[in-house]
Design a protein around this ligand. Structure first.
Ligand code: SF4
Ligand code: SF4
Ligand code: SF4
Ligand code: FES
Length: 944
């Protein structure tokens, strides 16, 4: 059985090269200078009793339980707030100390309900532990005095409750909220005996500023803040170390288990991406894995209007294989293909692209990363030589200036946002480039120096203008460029950027941002010692997404901001394994490791290993698959864990393509929107059942370990393997570790990666090979992966999608903290309480002229289609811009988005759609059709 409790050293680790020698209870020891006595003792194997200290927050010194004696000093200093000094001789156990500690505990216990046997924290309560440790035998003050026993429980948060009667006012929760999460939602109200923790004046946790990250719950030493799942199920008996399956931060977790029941997810302190922190999704929103909507039996049907028929695995696989074979006989080898999922493991993705290339005999494989970060892969590869971000997350702690472009970290990448906010509170400066006033622009103790609220679609002129200022004001790092970059390309880029159309004054007219702000922001970034760029889909999902990625790389190279800590160009990846799905060869032109399928040598290596010949011609990208389907050329698709009917742009076109196919195989947890067009449904596994790896936004390969067995009876890679075999290709793995071994053998950047290594060291960042056996946290240190950094000209080409009299507003889209992507998982959790439906954000002036009031249902129409949704009036968006999320299928946000896409990668232009908003009198035609289909599906399922 694995250990349930994670070690607590009492105070945070001090990182320094200086050490001091001390003696603790007669044991000589060497520790880092500045370490607290408490931590030094713990590192030496001596536990000092404590209550108000925990190693995730700074020491506070309030409980007086951790007192020690120091030779030559008077009194009893608190070990949590006293740093070690050279030669100190410390005693942690004396009669005098024991007496003081018992007294302290007597006081605490006299105001604590003694219901230990029925308390949810029984067995996991530090107050209970400390009573035992100090040898408490009596409470001389009695229990009859003034107390807090009758205070009510706040159960408003769906995941944890707050029982103030058990609170010892140690303020660990307050400090966790401030220091770890950075939300500052909690305070201690009142004084002396009346002091109580509060989430807001007269409001419960639910209505407070709290974002439900759970850091306070984790920090609480008593049952005051406790997970409802623990109240329901009791304490865990073992843990399984795994990785969150939501966003690209890739937080490590301990799945705390009772038999095969998850009772709590606790972020791992050793997790190198999250260091013990998490957000509401990873910590709490895992209930979807056992939701009753999950499909656990394979199903097939002749036609999509037929009822689903539950069958065994053999029949389902045989049905799919026969259909695929028949289609290929009739329409040719290239008439089928598939899509890999950025939510699945590297191993699961790898076998799907192998199935398509080796068993289907073509390269018609693409991935949902196509619709999010494909421009990142292209742009960074062209300029720097590798299709990934340059830094580990921890690098942000060395940044002086942080430039966030088209990303909303507090909602999309919350744990990284907390780390970034820590650095900002320490003094780093922030520039936000975003059409919307995202949370980072102004929040507790954080204020951006500059917010450049540009119009959607004008990123490229903005980055050009920033570069223009850097070049004209002498802020370029000429020495760095001479030494590290291709100088010819630099000169050509410089000539382009210095042209008058890239001056802040001209760009101001295009972007709507005052020239002075552009100039000042450029000055701030250009003169930083360490300037770091972080960006998201607000950069990539544009017709010039790739150009913008290259523009940012140019800017970073020109200012010497790549190749060391605190700098870089860093994509914040959306889904948990976007990086991995791209690494695993999910693109139609690239084999694993981003190597061209048209290259004979590369292809030959795979052909030899796989024992087949591989088509040298790149296959269809996702949009090409849809076009070919509408043209009767593409007739069958294997869709792994992706809901393209909801997530891809121009829903009408996608639905037309799906309706025109003869075999759609959906492998997923739930009957999603795409499954309405499917003929075969192969039930997938949740992350709690998977054995494999995810690769996060910092190229970190993390292990995903099964906490429970596959509920539908089969690992997903086995399903794919069975299908490959049924199609006549002998795929033959017996474990997912074997799949990783093959990946490592065939992919130079993964050469040293194995489950064994990951189990030993926790995680590694690729490249991980002979040159870097333990991985590569920072890339391009002495030289760029491509040799010399290449500057690429970034001419601004406005999108075809323009506002006009008919569609005068620009719609941009994004996500919200509590929901995730198409919502298939989070909508099946209590997270719905925070975001039950997608809302349209509209500026007060735009709302007023349209007669739209708060909460009104409005029609959102583009030249592609129209939907209705509720409006919310807010100055978060600027006049002329509206914004919505896309988490609910019934909203149909992609009914209005267009067919425009990035010129290099076909990544859809989700972020710019010209629209009009009017008060709605009825639901849109698409939504009525959606409801009809939902009813029909219900009827079909109900008829089973
Ligand atoms: S759950 Fe997170 S945000 Fe909410 S009070 Fe606790 S620490 Fe603060
Ligand atoms: S709620 Fe828990 S962590 Fe917060 S002050 Fe009370 S006992 Fe301490
Ligand atoms: S930040 Fe991302 S990876 Fe971490 S817990 Fe939240 S959703 Fe999961
Ligand atoms: S643990 Fe040191 S004073 Fe509370």
């Amino acid at each position: 059985m694995n250990k349930v409790t994670q070690a607590d050293f009492g105070t945070p680790a001090i990182s320094t090269v200086e050490t001091v020698q001390v003696e603790i209870d007669g044991i000589p020891t060497t520790v880092n200078a500045g370490t607290s006595i408490m931590r030094a003792a713990r590192e030496t194997g001596v536990d000092i009793p404590k209550l108000c200290a925990t190693d995730s927050v700074k020491a506070f010194g309030s409980c007086r339980l951790c007192l020690v004696e120091i030779e030559g000093r008077r009194g009893y200093p608190a070990s949590c707030t006293t740093p070690v000094e050279e030669g100190m001789k410390i005693r942690t156990q004396t009669d005098a100390l024991a007496k003081i500690r018992r007294n302290v505990m007597e006081l605490y216990i006299s105001d604590h309900p003694l219901d230990c046997l029925t308390c949810a924290a029984n067995g996991d309560c530090e107050l209970q532990d400390m009573a035992g440790v100090v040898g408490l035998r009596e409470v001389r003050y009695g229990f009859e005095g003034e107390n807090h026993f009758d205070l009510p429980i706040d159960g408003s948060n769906p995941y944890f409750h707050f029982d103030s009667s058990k609170c010892i006012v140690c303020s660990r929760c307050v400090r966790a909220c401030d220091e770890v999460q950075g939300t500052f939602a909690l305070t201690i109200q009142g004084r002396g005996f009346g002091s109580r923790v509060s989430a807001g004046i007269d409001e419960g946790f639910l209505n407070s500023e709290c974002v439900s990250c759970g850091a306070c719950v984790q920090a609480c030493p008593t049952a005051t803040l406790v997970e409802k799942s623990i109240v329901d199920h009791g304490q865990p008996d073992h843990v399984v170390e795994t990785t969150c399956a939501y966003c690209g931060v890739g937080c490590s977790f301990q799945a705390e288990m009772k038999g095969d029941q998850v009772v709590r997810m606790t972020p791992s302190k050793d997790g190198q991406a999250n260091q013990g922190h998490s957000c509401v999704k990873g910590r709490f929103a895992w209930g979807y894995a056992s939701h009753s909507d999950r499909i656990l039996k394979p199903m097939v049907r002749e036609k999509t209007s037929d009822p689903w028929r539950e069958v065994d695995w053999e029949e389902a696989i045989g049905f799919a294989a026969n259909r695929f074979k028949k289609i290929q006989e009739e329409y040719g080898r290239k008439s089928i293909g598939g899509i890999t999922s950025s939510r699945c493991t590297n191993e699961e993705v790898y076998v799907v692209q192998k199935l398509i290339r080796a068993a289907m005999g073509n390269n018609n494989v693409d991935t949902c990363a196509r619709v999010c970060h494909s421009p990142t892969g292209y742009g960074l590869n062209q300029t720097l030589g590798t299709s990934a971000g340059t830094q580990p997350f921890a690098s942000v702690m060395d940044a002086d200036v942080i430039l966030v472009i088209g990303a909303n970290p507090t909602d999309g990448h919350p744990v990284f946002a907390s780390q970034m906010k820590r650095r900002l509170r320490e003094g780093a400066k922030l520039i936000v480039v975003d059409p919307r006033k995202i949370g980072l622009v102004r929040s507790a103790r954080i204020e951006a120096e500059y917010h450049l609220p540009l119009l959607p679609g004008t990123n490229v002129p903005m980055v050009n203008a920033l570069a223009h200022v850097v070049l004209t004001e002498g802020l370029a790092d000429e020495a760095y460029v001479r030494e590290r970059c291709d100088t010819e390309s630099f000169e050509a880029w410089k000539t382009q950027i210095l042209r008058p159309e890239n001056s802040p004054e001209v760009v101001s007219e295009i972007t709507g941002v005052p020239a002075e702000d552009i100039r000042d922001a450029a000055h701030l970034y250009g003169s930083a010692d360490r300037g770091a760029i972080y960006y998201g889909l607000g950069v990539t999902e544009h017709s010039q997404g790739s150009t913008m990625v290259m523009g940012m790389a140019n800017l970073a190279m020109a200012t010497g901001n790549i190749g060391f800590s605190g700098v870089g160009v860093n994509p914040l990846r959306g889904q948990n394994n976007v990086q991995g799905s791209c690494d695993m060869g999910s693109f139609p032109h690239e084999l694993p490791g981003y190597r061209p399928v048209g290259n004979d040598e590369v292809r030959g290596k795979f052909e030899k290993h796989w024992g087949v010949s591989i088509d040298p011609e790149p296959g269809y990208r996702i949009p090409n698959m849809f076009d070919a389907a509408c043209a009767d050329l593409f007739k069958g698709m294997y869709i792994q864990g992706e809901d393209i009917a909801q997530s891809d742009p121009d829903t009408h076109h996608v639905e037309a393509a799906l309706s025109n196919m003869e075999c759609i195989v959906v492998q997923d947890l739930f009957l999603n929107e795409t499954a309405k067009f499917a003929h075969v449904f192969l039930p997938g596994t949740s992350f709690l059942e998977k054995d494999g790896t995810f690769t996060n936004a910092e190229r970190r390969i993390n292990r995903v370990r099964p906490a429970t067995k596959a509920r539908q009876g089969k690992a997903e890679w086995q399903i794919t393997q069975d299908l490959a075999q049924a199609l006549g290709y002998d795929m033959n793995y017996s474990t997912s570790a074997e799949i990783m071994d093959e990946i490592a053998e065939l992919t130079p950047t993964f050469k040293n990666v194995s489950f064994k290594l990951l189990d030993e060291v926790g995680s590694v960042q690729w490249p991980c090979n002979e040159a870097a056996p333990q991985g590569t946290p920072i890339m391009h240190i002495n030289e760029f992966v491509r040799g010399k950094g290449l500057f690429i000209e970034t001419e601004y080409v406005p999108t075809e999608e323009r506002a006009n009299r008919k569609f005068p507003l620009l719609l941009t889209t994004g996500r919200i903290l509590s929901q995730y992507n198409v919502g298939a998982q989070t909508r099946r959790t209590e997270n719905n309480i925070w975001h039950p439906e997608d809302l349209l954000e509209i500026h007060p002036s735009d709302a007023e002229v349209r007669g739209v009031r708060e909460g009104d249902r409005v029609s959102l129409a583009s030249r592609k289609g129209d939907i209705t949704l509720k409006a919310t009036i807010t100055e978060r968006v600027q006049p002329g811009v509206v914004y919505t999320t896309f988490h609910n299928p019934e909203t149909g946000a992609n009914v209005v988005t267009t067919e425009y896409s990035d010129w290099a990668t076909s990544c859809p232009e989700y972020k710019v759609t010209a629209v009009e908003v009017t008060p709605a009198t009825h639901r849109s035609e698409w939504q009525r059709g959606f409801e009809e289909r939902a009813k029909e599906q219900g009827r079909i399922l109900g008829s089973e």
